[in-house]
Structure formats: structure tokens, C-alpha cells
Design a protein around this ligand. Structure first.
Ligand SMILES: Cc1ncc(COP(=O)(O)O)c(C=O)c1O
Length: 390
């Protein structure tokens, strides 16, 4: 049977996730007994902390094993709203929140809720791999806005003005950013906000890496800017901040009217996020100060180690990560394409990194430093050897 005729034709324009593909290749080599250094991981390498697991165990013992309200337990939505109000200065309450099966679904839900056929969605590049694919599924029109290297890959109001039209519906921001590790200051966000005010444009602000941010850099939520909350959907979740990638709990926060309509999609698709993982998330929000100190200092030490090490490698030029656990490196001076660079590095030195075409740019690789110091040191030595032999 020719399944091509059966399948929804939209699928032919959608790509597999290149990050997941490279990560699974590295895992496969490791399973075959090879000493692979995995610099491709998109998740913290720590186990979920014990206090969160205990909350989940307690929930299981108490029989929290059934459907929950489709948008999440009220208690969790209240706790998220409190967190957003206090930490992020976004004024909201439980009715502004939908808890989702991971932040990825929250991003998709926001896009599905706002984008009509042909509406333009502005995606600054380099971007997280899934945004364009989600926009395609929603039949939106992708407007990639290349951010300039000399601006540290941050868009400016000038950049924005060059792409906004009256068909623009949504601007997707992500900071600290995957893959660049760069974040925006309050002033820069305010300039973006001013640039879009004359248009009917909504902002989807994906702030999933907010807690992995270094030195004394402050994370500012777009929705906290004066008046911006009316036109912003904030996405966040527990995957990266609490090392809970497998638990699948994320959320979106936005104006009540949008939340009410978007709820129809979850009612009729996922039904609800996992019941006892929601209880674990409530536990996570209660007792997290020491945990945040630990992840911040650990990732910052590793960032320093890898940044200094990679800077010493011939023809590789890393950006200094401000947040996330990714180091974004210009490898164009090696004269290899990023896919060749990543494939050869994996085959010849057993180091796995992510090439950049999936992020909407060529000439870079993303190195994840979500691994031990020992692995980072080994990986740097192998990369050094690899580039000096090209
Ligand atoms: C920028 C960004 N947004 C969203 C997500 C999705 O997070 P989750 O695992 O909670 O679905 C990721 C995961 O890699 C990400 O990098």
C-alpha cells in the first residue's frame, strides 16, 4: 500500500527533531559500549531532587491516580500563579494558567490557539528547533528574523520593524535562549515591546530556562513590562528548572479569555497532565531555594570550564553563555559544514554535539555542558585534537 496517499500531507513538510536524532545516535553508540562524551543533551544531568520525588510518592500512596481537571489541579495553578506574581512580577491568578504535558505542549497550545491559516509568526533565529514545525502544523506562515551575531543574536526594534506587517500575529521570544545561551535585558525587552505596540501582535515568551542564569543577571519576564501582560503568553515548566524532563509538566499563562478558549483544546486532546506529577510540581514550588542555588552554581562552574576550554581550541569561537546549559560555537573557520563537523567529531572522537541547521543558521554547533566536569574536560581535549587535525 502506498501510505503517501493516506497520510496527512502536512506531515511531508515537517521535520524530525534534529536534536533528538543526534542525541539518540550518541545514546545508541554508548549502549554499544563506546566511550561517547554526550554534549548533545537537552536536559539537566541531575536526578530529580528527593523532595519532589517524595511528593509524587505521597500522591501515589494517597490514590492520586485518576483524571484531574483538564487544565490542572487548582492548587497547582494557584501555586504557579503565586510564583509568577512574586518572582516574575506577572499579575495573574489560577484562571490565567493552563498546566500542560510539558512546556513543549504549552508552546504548541499557544500557537494553535492564536494562529489562523496564513497568519505570520515571527521567529528570531537562531531558534529552538520545534517552533517552525509547530507553526507549520498550525498552518501559519513562518517569518524567520535572523538576529545579528554582532548583537549577540538578539533582535532589536529595527530588526523587528523590517518584518512586521499587518498579517503578523505572533512573535516568539525565548530567553535565556536555546541554542545561543544569551538572554535579554529589561531595556532590550522594553525596546521590543515599544516596537510592536502599534501592531496587533501577540508575544509568546518561552522562559523555560529562567532559573539557569549566571552571575547576577536578572531574568525579566516579557509579561511584566508595563501593559505587555495583555498581549503575552508566557510559557514555562518544570523540566529544566527542576530536572523533571520525564515528568512532563509545563504551563502557559496568559489573558483569561485566551486561557478559556485554549482550554477546549486540552479538554479534547490530552484530557489532563499526569496526576501525581502535578502533585510533585506543587512540592517543587514549595521548597526550592537550596536546589536553585545548587543548579546555578554547578552550571556556572561548568560554563566557565567549557567556555575557557573551547576558547583554546583552534578555529572555534564560542559565545559566552549567560543562561541555559548550552555553549554556541562558531565553527565556520574550520571550513567544514556544521553537519560534517558534528558527524566527523562523533565518528572520529566520540563526542556528540548538535549541528546548527535545525536552529535556522549554518556554521555553528551547540555544545551542551549538562554533564560532569570530568566529561567536560575529556570532551574539550578530544575537540582540541579533532580541530587541530582538520
Ligand atoms: C526553548 C525550549 N522550550 C521548550 C522546551 C520544552 O520543554 P519540555 O521538556 O517541558 O516540554 C525546550 C526543551 O528542550 C526548550 O529548549
Amino acid at each position: 500500500m502506498d501510505y503517501k496517499n493516506v497520510l496527512n500531507e502536512k506531515l511531508f513538510s515537517i521535520n524530525r527533531s534534529p536534536t533528538l536524532q543526534f542525541t539518540s545516535l550518541a545514546k545508541q553508540l554508548k549502549a554499544e559500549g563506546k566511550d561517547v562524551i554526550n554534549f548533545s543533551a537537552g536536559e539537566p544531568d541531575f536526578d530529580t531532587p528527593q523532595f519532589i520525588k517524595s511528593a509524587a510518592k505521597k500522591a501515589l500512596d494517597n490514590g492520586i491516580t485518576k483524571y484531574t481537571p483538564s487544565t490542572g489541579f487548582f492548587e497547582l495553578k494557584e501555586a504557579i500563579a503565586k510564583k509568577l506574581s512574586i518572582e516574575n512580577r506577572i499579575s495573574c491568578s489560577a484562571e490565567n494558567i493552563i498546566v500542560t504535558a510539558g512546556a513543549k505542549f504549552a508552546v504548541f497550545l499557544a500557537i494553535l490557539s492564536l494562529v489562523n491559516d496564513g497568519d505570520e509568526v515571527i521567529i528570531p533565529s537562531p531558534y529552538w528547533v520545534s517552533y517552525p514545525e509547530m507553526v507549520k502544523i498550525a498552518r501559519g506562515k513562518i517569518r524567520v528574523l535572523p538576529a545579528k551575531k554582532e548583537n549577540n543574536f538578539k533582535i532589536t526594534s529595527q530588526d523587528l520593524k523590517s518584518v512586521i506587517t499587518n498579517k503578523s500575529k505572533l512573535l516568539i521570544l525565548n530567553y535565556p535562549a536555546n541554542p545561543t545561551g544569551i538572554t535579554y535585558t529589561k531595556d532590550e525587552l522594553e525596546m521590543i515591546w515599544r516596537a510592536i505596540q502599534g501592531f496587533d501582535l501577540f508575544v509568546l515568551s518561552d522562559e523555560i530556562y529562567e532559573k539557569i542564569i549566571f552571575e547576577d543577571i536578572e531574568h525579566v519576564s516579557f509579561a511584566s513590562l508595563d501593559g505587555a501582560g495583555q498581549r503575552t503568553i508566557t510559557v514555562n515548566g518544570f523540566s529544566k528548572s527542576y530536572s523533571m524532563t520525564g515528568w512532563r509538566i509545563g504551563f502557559m499563562a496568559g489573558p483569561r479569555e485566551i486561557i478559556q478558549e485554549a482550554s477546549k483544546i486540552v479538554d479534547n486532546t490530552t484530557s489532563c497532565p499526569n496526576s501525581f506529577a502535578q502533585k510533585a510540581a506543587i512540592g517543587a514550588l514549595k521548597n526550592n531555594k537550596d536546589w536553585f542555588k545548587f543548579i546555578k552554581s554547578t552550571f556556572q562552574e561548568r560554563r566557565d570550564l567549557i567556555y575557557n576550554g573551547i576558547r583554546g581550541c583552534k578555529n572555534i569561537f564560542p559565545l559566552k553563555t549567560q543562561g541555559t546549559f548550552y555553549l554556541f560555537c562558531d565553527i565556520s573557520r574550520t571550513n567544514l559544514s556544521s553537519v560534517d563537523f558534528a558527524s566527523r567529531l562523533l565518528n572520529e572522537q566520540l563526542v556528540s554535539v548538535i549541528p546548527s541547521p535545525g536552529f535556522g543558521i549554518e556554521g555553528y554547533v551547540r555544545i551542551s555542558f549538562s554533564t560532569s566536569r570530568e566529561n567536560i574536560e575529556k570532551g574539550i581535549a578530544r575537540i582540541k585534537k579533532f580541530v587541530s587535525n582538520i
